[in-house]
Design a protein around this ligand. Structure first.
Ligand code: SF4
Ligand code: SF4
Length: 429
């Protein structure tokens, strides 16, 4: 795609990056087929190709309008279009640049800007998020329907401390406890700790680490996002130097961005190398466990029909489609076949709060697919999807690690026959 760059942008490196991305697009429109908003609205400008044209117009210096903002805001950032695109167009990055240009040229009205700032203020800090959730629970009897259901019960403060796992194994991996997951679904971390304990690996957390920065990055607050990334790198670095093998991120939305720390901080002379190293050592627990379990004889005879919802951040962001499903099947679970499995559930970070009508339609469609086979439960890999689906699902919605934990609890985990130490660092070299 030929692009004309407006004179005022000629020295802007992100605009040059956008231009390079645009060159790959051949306008074929294949991406529209898997775009959730195009499928819902049927409008070319609510599909990836149309949005690409809108961003191209911004780069050319054409007037930024509220109509452009509407179509860019309606994008989930799910990146299903990237998976479908035969030309490898990096749409996710293009969207981030396009939204930034749009907001710089035509700032949001004060109320909408305040709404986003408030969201970042509350969600990125666990204590504030806990307080907000507690407040929502207190007023829940006064709220109706879906609004009441959007405040899930507040779990007891970190169930991890009470779980009987050893932190003294020779092998250690770090875990990103994060912000929302540490408050709303602490059972996920507890399950992972027990699973790793059975494999004689200790799961440790760096107390100074916190939010991964994804929400800030997606809401066009890049400086704030980078500050959060640097904080996590500083918190993890001493552990990595002392031999922690990896950083496991059990919320796939967070994992997706931690794997991009090297990209975001590439121009920071102090953090560029460390960020690249952290990104190389970051894994979704599924890819880490798949390697660990592959070296052991078949394990588990779990029973039950499970519907697995692969979050967009797992299948499109991290390109790990099928990995969790492989682990669950190996443990004995029967997996439902999910129609339109590549489509987003509507959660998409803050999307369900900022675009509730579209998000609700997507969730309704997703739950119809997930529950069609009458599964005993729905499993997923990201806290946002888990909480959002659980609001309307008729069966429990869990993190898949809870199912692995349950399956391994019923059987003894065989030792790796060769006692081969699986050296994950090899991947990064
Ligand atoms: S599928 Fe790829 S190349 Fe084709 S229009 Fe979409 S982004 Fe462009
Ligand atoms: S990121 Fe998702 S919603 Fe946005 S254009 Fe791509 S497929 Fe459509």
């Amino acid at each position: 795609m030929q692009t004309r760059i407006a004179p005022q942008y000629r020295t802007d490196p992100s605009v040059h990056e956008a231009e390079t991305i645009l060159r790959d697009c051949v306008h074929c429109g294949f991406c529209n087929a898997t775009c959730p908003t195009y499928r819902l609205l049927g409008d070319e400008q609510d599909g990836p190709r149309g949005r690409i044209y809108l961003i191209k117009a911004l780069l050319a210096g054409e007037r930024a309008t509220e109509r452009t903002r509407l179509h860019l805001d309606r994008c989930l950032g799910c990146r299903a279009c990237e998976t479908t695109c035969p030309s490898g167009v990096r749409y996710g990055r293009l969207l981030e640049i396009g939204r930034h240009l749009q907001n710089a040229r035509l700032p949001r009205p004060p109320r909408a800007a305040l709404e986003r700032r408030l969201l970042r203020y509350v969600v990125t800090e666990p204590r504030r998020f806990r307080a907000a959730l507690g407040l929502g629970q207190a007023f829940r009897p006064l709220l109706r329907g879906s609004l009441a259901r959007s405040f899930p019960p507040l779990p007891a403060k970190s169930s991890y401390a009470a779980s009987s796992v050893s932190t003294t194994h020779a092998r250690r991996v770090l875990h990103l406890d994060g912000c929302v997951q540490s408050v709303a679904t602490p059972a996920t971390r507890a399950a992972l700790a027990r699973v790793l304990d059975r494999l004689e690996v200790a799961l440790v957390s760096a107390p100074a680490a916190g939010c991964c920065g994804a929400l800030s990055a997606h809401l066009d607050a890049l400086d704030e996002a980078k500050a959060l990334m640097r904080r996590n790198i500083d918190a993890w670095w001493p552990y990595l130097e002392e031999g922690a093998e990896a950083v496991l991120v059990s919320a796939s939305g967070c994992g997706s961005i931690v794997k991009d720390y090297g990209y975001y901080l590439q121009d920071d002379p102090t953090y560029a190398n460390k960020a690249k190293r952290v990104a190389e050592l970051t894994y979704d627990p599924s890819e880490w466990l798949a390697r660990e379990l592959a070296a052991r004889p078949t394990i588990g005879n779990a029973q039950g029909r499970i519907a697995f919802h692969a979050p967009c951040s797992l299948q499109h962001g991290q390109k790990l489609g099928g990995v969790v499903e492989g682990i669950l099947a190996r443990l004995g679970y029967q997996l439902s076949v999910i129609r339109d499995a590549e489509l987003c559930c509507g959660s998409a970070g803050s999307y369900s709060l900022l675009q509730p009508q579209l998000a609700t339609q997507l969730r309704r469609q997703k739950l119809a697919s997930l529950q069609a086979d009458r599964p005993q439960c729905i499993a997923t890999a990201n806290v946002g999807c888990q909480l959002y689906l659980a609001q309307e699902a008729v069966v429990p919605v869990l993190h898949w690690l809870e199912l692995v934990d349950e399956a391994l609890a019923k059987t003894s985990v065989p030792r790796n026959p060769d006692e081969t130490r699986i050296e994950l660092r090899d991947r990064a070299k």
